[in-house]
Write a protein that binds this ligand. Structure first.
Ligand code: G4P
Length: 526
């Protein structure tokens, strides 16, 4: 297969959902349908990420597990699918946000009984930053769910995206009988299959087929009536609108029973975008360009806890990566040989021979790689769009042994350079303030300081509620601001100026008082 063909057949995506909607189950089933695993239930690290810190620590300690399931590559009907996993626990949502910058599309899983939930809303906001195309799977139809029309209304209203039903459910819970495929005009009867078997339910062609009445009884008439209503009121599938992020095709099913997934996957590989062009500071990079480019979107601890070696996950944007290639690490301006990159074929780590645009490779990081870093074959360009998100929680680092201040500062600086947490040093005192999106992050940092830097530190409350990166086009005003607001200013680990506010009201007042200053809640890496 040529380079262009290999590139075009890539489909790189992530699942977004609220915890419990069925992301893990869906991941297993997608692998099952892709033939990557014989028996579902083998997705490792299941749930451990979302229960307790101790679980998470254990998982991180036995390292590798999470690395292995972070990216799963498998072939499906001639395409090559890369599924990027995201942590289930909301405290690691920073990681999820950045993973979403490395995909070309997303799959949203919604619980039919619960509808649109809070985390889904947040993740949709992140997808919207890049107009990521989204397909929707309404899961758990085998349980009593809400009225599907009402569910779609909710998606349209809350998530501000048009819904185009592709399949339509026939009943729910005990009355769930299958789905009707609107475009194919065929009914797929529900035939629950557990574990590793694919659904083999009967397919009935045509909505008017008398066989439908035979099997469904009065539910056949109800279905026809409902569909008339649905087709009149909903949007027809428009691939362009889907690709621009304005419309989401919707499928119904039951992941646990292997039902409704094949319909979704078939359309997914058909319509979801292949590798998309990516913006850099200087120009747009097309995936079909022959020279290699890629960026790092995630850094994760590696197998051996005794080494500070970590895996940097790089999304390939153009060209091929061949084993042993030499690449320019643009931020530090050095060419480095990458002898032992990892790929993630069939949910197992393997050493890569050749990887293509859309693929993710894992490279060993000995402390020089940061999130957002670009690698090229010599060209001096930097990918944009891998943002830092302003943290929502703040703690002051407190040392048990005051003589270890230097190690603490070094450890925090390095851990924050990985990107999951932010370090702030106020201009007017010597505090070290850590900002994170979730509270578990503080425990993870404390644990890593202890094991990797031999520093015992605690994190205590600090009077900071929110932070904004600040900048201005007016140097005079900016200097005045820096002087007058000094007690609220800090430098982050990247050397940028940040306004740290004790309350939201304080932030608002500062914004009103200083209209010439921009207060940013996201910032590009690099
Ligand atoms: P998550 O990763 O999004 O958090 O969800 P996960 O797949 O772990 O699913 C959450 C729960 O919902 C699990 O039950 C799972 O078995 C169940 N589930 C997933 N898909 C379906 C479905 O189509 N129908 C029904 N009825 N249930 C579904 P659990 O009891 O929390 O866990 P487990 O003991 O089954 O592992």
């Amino acid at each position: 297969m040529s380079f262009i063909e290999e590139t075009r057949r890539r489909r790189t995506f992530a699942i977004i959902s609220h915890p419990d909607a069925g992301k893990t189950t869906m991941t297993e089933k997608l692998l099952l349908y892709g033939g990557a695993i014989q028996l579902a239930g083998t997705v490792k690290g299941r749930k451990s990420a979302r229960h307790a810190t101790s679980d998470w620590m254990e998982m991180e300690k036995s390292r590798g597990i999470s690395v292995t399931s972070s990216v799963m590559q498998y072939p499906y009907k001639g395409r090559m699918v890369n599924l990027l996993d995201t942590p289930g626990h909301a405290d690691f949502s920073e990681d999820t946000y950045r993973t979403l910058t490395a995909v070309d599309s997303a799959l949203m899983v919604i619980d039919a009984a619960k509808g649109v939930e809070e985390r889904t809303i947040k993740l949709m906001e992140v997808c919207r930053l890049r107009d990521t195309p989204i397909m929707t799977f309404v899961n758990k139809m085998d349980r009593e769910g809400r009225d599907p029309i009402e569910l779609l209304d909710e998606v349209e209203e809350v998530l501000k995206i048009q819904c185009a039903p592709i399949t339509w459910p026939i009943g729910s819970g005990k009355r769930f009988r299958g789905v009707y495929h609107l475009r194919r005009d065929a009914v797929h009867l529900y035939d629950p299959e557990e574990g590793g078997k694919k659904s083999t339910g009967e397919i009935i062609e045509g909505l008017d087929n008398p066989r439908l009445d035979e099997v469904l009884g009065p539910q056949a008439g109800e279905l026809r009536e409902e569909l008339e209503l649905v087709q009149g009121a909903s949007h027809a599938f428009d691939p362009e609108a889907y690709l621009s992020g304005a419309q989401t095709p919707v499928f119904f099913g039951s992941a646990i029973n292997n039902f409704g997934i094949e319909e979704l996957l078939d359309d997914f590989v058909e319509y979801a975008p292949g590798p998309l062009p990516r913006p850099t500071h200087s120009r747009k990079v097309e995936p079909t360009e022959e020279k290699f480019t890629g960026f790092v979107f995630k850094i994760q601890a590696n197998m051996d806890p005794n080494h500070r070696d970590r895996i940097a996950f790089m999304r390939i944007c153009s060209g091929t990566f061949d084993k042993g290639a030499k690449l320019r690490h643009v931020r530090i301006g050095r060419d480095v040989k990458i002898p032992d990159a990892l790929t993630f074929l069939a949910s197992d780590r393997e050493h890569v021979e050749t990887a293509y645009p859309g693929d993710i490779i894992g490279i060993h990081n000995h402390g020089t790689i940061r999130i957002g870093d670009t690698f090229t074959q010599g060209e001096d360009l930097t990918f944009t769009g891998v943002p830092n998100f302003a943290p929502e929680l703040f703690r002051r680092a407190q040392l048990k042994d005051p003589l270890k201040m230097k190690q603490l500062a070094k450890g925090l600086q390095e851990l924050c350079e990985e990107g999951a947490t932010q370090l702030y040093r106020p201009l007017t005192n010597n505090d070290l303030i850590l900002g994170a999106v979730g509270v578990l992050q503080f425990e993870v940092v404390a644990e890593r300081l202890r094991t990797e830097y031999k520093v015992e530190a605690q994190f205590e409350n600090v009077n900071v509620q929110t932070a904004r990166w600040v900048e201005s086009d007016d140097p005079k005003k900016f200097d005045e601001f820096k002087e007058k607001a000094a007690t609220n200013l800090a430098i982050d680990h990247g050397g940028d100026l940040v306004y740290i506010a004790p309350t939201r009201v304080n932030l608002q007042m500062a914004q009103e008082k200083w209209p010439e200053i921009r207060f940013q809640s996201t910032r590009e890496h690099g």
